[in-house]
Design a protein around this ligand. Structure first.
Ligand SMILES: Nc1ncnc2c1ncn2[C@@H]1O[C@H](COP(=O)(O)OP(=O)(O)OP(=O)(O)O)[C@@H](O)[C@H]1O
Length: 354
């Protein structure tokens, strides 16, 4: 896969200096053409200046990963699980992370969960810096800022507690130990969460008396117990059939829409595509492409889903073009780029128009 430089300020400045066809053809067209060109480059320069003054990277995001790197060393061999990954997630997003086995999804999720520390780059969640937190801050982070749902149901729930007691447990581990009416308030919140997720009737059952899907729904309520900013889920439907998996996505949508949690789900499940607004694909330790979906309502009231796939533009201006696009035009090693007023075109370097 070729990486090309196609963004940031360099191409804008470079275009004025001769990057691209328009710059070449503009030469020698007389005074009109000259002032047209001056206007064109003037407007690009103004835009570049405005971009420079814009607020910092991730200022409006609840999750901001910037050039995140995680290197593991096993038997003296280095594995670069994350290779400069950029990811922004806004408050209120419901995002699925997909990618081939070994692409780095779980590594990223473990870092966001505060269970692992990146080798380089930066990562913040709800304003907490994941690289510099000390042990005490990390514990508070895991109890208050993030909630988790793991694939293995046994990792999510205590087997000897009922569903309601499991939901109340994170509240007991957090905050005040003794205060009048505290236990009542916790029990009421646990009941509210089980109700919101549609399983109030299961409050008194222990995990062994629940199906896999019911256990995962209780796990979502547990993850929400301390009202975290972000809920992280690693393959939460991995052990479930497709009908049960759909009910789990319903529960995630409920906590996202009705309880206001930002949700990030790592999954292999192809069904996810139709279930979330945003799907981010990870390839070779970097975010590579993203699909955004929105529901459109026609004049006759019928609803349809609009879907658009984007490739990611990283902080240094690299884009990963889809392999099939590159293959279709025989592009490799080097491409030519042209800047226009509202887009950049990418050409094979031996294209006759070049
Ligand atoms: N503790 C570790 N020690 C050494 N290598 C590791 C470790 N954890 C992960 N890796 C390696 O890092 C890369 C990314 O692994 P990761 O588990 O993040 O991928 P993944 O996309 O979650 O895969 P899967 O979908 O199979 O769970 C892999 O090459 C993996 O072998």
């Amino acid at each position: 896969m070729s990486d090309i430089l196609a963004g940031g300020r360099e191409p804008v400045a470079g275009a004025a200096g001769g990057f691209g066809r328009d710059a070449e053809r503009g030469a020698g067209r007389g005074a009109d053409a000259g002032s047209e060109r001056a206007g064109f480059y003037g407007s690009l320069e103004r835009r570049a200046r405005a971009a420079e003054q814009a607020p910092g990277y991730g200022h409006d995001s609840v999750i901001a990963c910037d050039r995140l790197v995680r290197i593991f060393t096993a038997d003296r061999i280095e594995v670069q699980a994350l290779q400069g990954l950029d990811l922004l997630v806004r408050k209120g997003d419901l995002v699925a992370l997909v990618g081939a086995s070994g692409s780095g999804k779980s590594t990223l999720l473990n870092i966001l969960a505060g269970l692992d520390v990146p080798t380089a780059g930066s990562a913040t969640v709800a304003g907490c810096d994941l690289l510099t937190m000390n042990a005490k801050e990390r514990l508070r982070y895991r109890r208050e800022v993030v909630g988790f749902v793991w694939q293995q149901t046994a990792r999510n729930l205590m087997p000897f507690l009922t569903a309601a007691q499991n939901v109340a447990l994170p509240m007991q581990l957090n905050g005040e130990r003794r205060a009048p009416g505290l236990n009542k308030r916790r029990a009421a919140r646990a009941a509210e969460l089980l109700e919101a997720i549609g399983i109030p009737h299961l409050a008194d059952r222990r995990p062994a008396q629940l199906s896999g899907g019911e256990q995962q729904r209780v796990a979502i309520a547990v993850a929400m117990a301390n009202n975290p900013s972000v809920v992280l889920a690693d393959e939460p439907t991995g052990e479930l059939d497709s009908e049960t998996a759909a009910s789990i996505f319903d529960a995630f949508r409920t906590v996202n829409r009705e309880l206001g949690a930002t949700v990030v789900i790592v999954t292999h499940d192809p069904m996810v595509a139709g279930e979330v607004r945003r799907t981010v694909a990870i390839r070779d330790g970097r975010t590579s492409s993203e699909v955004l979906r929105s529901t459109l309502t026609g004049e006759d009231g019928t609803e349809s889903v609009s879907e658009r796939e984007y490739v990611m533009l990283d902080r240094t201006g690299r884009v990963q073009l889809p392999r099939e696009f590159l293959a279709a035009l025989g592009m490799e090693h080097r491409v030519a780029v042209d800047l226009a007023a509202d887009h950049i075109s990418v050409w094979p370097d031996d294209h006759p128009d070049r």
